[in-house]
Design a protein around this ligand. Structure first.
Ligand SMILES: [Cu+2]
Length: 211
């Protein structure tokens, strides 16, 4: 498997796997128990139903265990969500304009492009506005997505740690050619970025621990 393009990917994928694993364990456990009980407590074999109303132990078990499971799902989901909602220190700000049906990226020196170029290991702040209707900027490989509501400014933060090309899609139906509203984010190294940007760029590096 190729390395995750951002640290956020690992935490989102962990939450996904955690919830799916719990769901699968519950599905198999409940189904197997159900089938087992159908045979074991078969009325034709003379079994009579037992009244379990008011059984304190049972009620505590079926309240406490699901509550802990759901709270743990919330905890992992919330901590993962928080890490991409908090504005990083000294990000490279890129203005994003969404319109039917394309994204335009504008940099501090006035450079404009329809493909997003970013330097690797640098915190990015996409400052996003719409010129017409609601859009949504979605980078599946980075597991990040943010609506761009007309009349509001929205932010999306990420720190790419792997060089490469990744898809950007509009994920909010915005009219006839919504399905074609795709572009790319190109994560390149500092030298390439400096050359592309045309000089005046001060990289602010974020510390990423070596694995
Ligand atoms: Cu759209």
């Amino acid at each position: 498997m190729s390395p995750a393009p951002t640290a956020h990917v690992e935490s989102v994928d962990f939450v996904m796997l955690y919830i799916v694993a719990i769901s699968v364990i519950l599905l198999i456990g409940i189904t197997v128990t159900m089938i087992y009980f159908v045979f074991k407590f078969n009325r034709k074999k003379g079994h009579q139903p037992v009244d379990i109303h008011g059984n304190l132990l049972l009620e505590v078990v079926w309240i406490v265990i699901p509550t802990l499971l759901v709270l743990s799902m919330f905890y992992f989901g919330y901590t993962s969500y928080r890490e991409y909602r908090i504005k990083p220190d000294n990000p490279l700000v890129v203005d994003v304009t969404a319109r039917m049906w394309q994204f335009t990226f504008k940099y501090g020196n006035g450079k404009m492009t329809d493909t997003l170029y970013v330097p690797v290991n640098t915190a990015i702040d996409l400052e996003m506005k719409s010129m017409d209707v609601n859009h949504c900027l979605y980078i599946p490989a980075f597991r990040i997505k943010e609506d761009i509501i007309y009349g509001q400014t929205h932010h999306l933060y990420f720190t790419p740690k792997e060089v490469g090309d990744y898809d950007i899609a509009c994920a909010e139906y915005c009219g006839l050619n919504h399905a074609k509203m795709y572009t790319k984010v190109k994560v390149i190294n500092d030298d390439q970025f400096t050359k592309w940007y045309g000089g005046n760029w001060q990289p602010v590096k974020t510390e990423i621990p070596k694995e």
